[in-house]
Design a protein around this ligand. Structure first.
Ligand SMILES: [Cu+2]
Length: 146
């Protein structure tokens, strides 16, 4: 594929440029996570909504890529429902409170019981591990009515 050829050429150029430093040549390009941001587009913080709730994910500086993709400056969304941030040095858990969007989805619909709920986005890399520093949205609180 043309894309792969371009990558191979780039890799060859990098290898040539760094031929006196194999550590640098073999290390993956670094993420600049400080340049990225994720945020919940909707619902708005404090909103009163009915279930199912449509949640739209926003991202700046980084690009969304499917799980298993290891390009720098990419990741996929995780929606944290009624829970705090998980340990940030390991893959995000996968359960009812930590929902993965490993196909690169940028929105979802969640069924929530009546009452108050918190939502937060956390970006993960190709291995579902948060970036350094982590790209997490502000926490929003919504109220679901019957
Ligand atoms: Cu994931």
């Amino acid at each position: 594929m043309k894309h792969s050829n371009t990558l191979a050429l780039l890799a060859a150029l990098v290898l040539t440029a760094c031929s006196n430093n194999t550590d640098t040549a073999t290390a993956p390009a670094a993420d600049d996570a400080a340049a990225g941001r994720v945020f919940i587009i909707s619902p708005e913080d404090g909103a009163t909504v009915t279930s199912p709730v449509q949640v739209k994910f926003g991202i700046d500086g980084f690009s969304v890529a499917a799980a298993g993709t290891y390009e720098p400056m990419t990741g996929h969304h995780h929606l944290l429902i009624d829970t705090g941030l998980p340990p940030l040095d390991q893959p995000v858990p996968a359960d009812a409170n930590h929902v993965h969007f490993g196909k690169g989805q940028t929105e979802t619909t969640v069924e929530l019981a009546a009452g108050e709920h918190t939502l937060q986005l956390l970006l993960g890399d190709g291995n579902h591990v948060p970036h350094q520093p982590p790209l997490a949205s502000d926490i929003i609180t919504i109220t679901v009515t019957e």
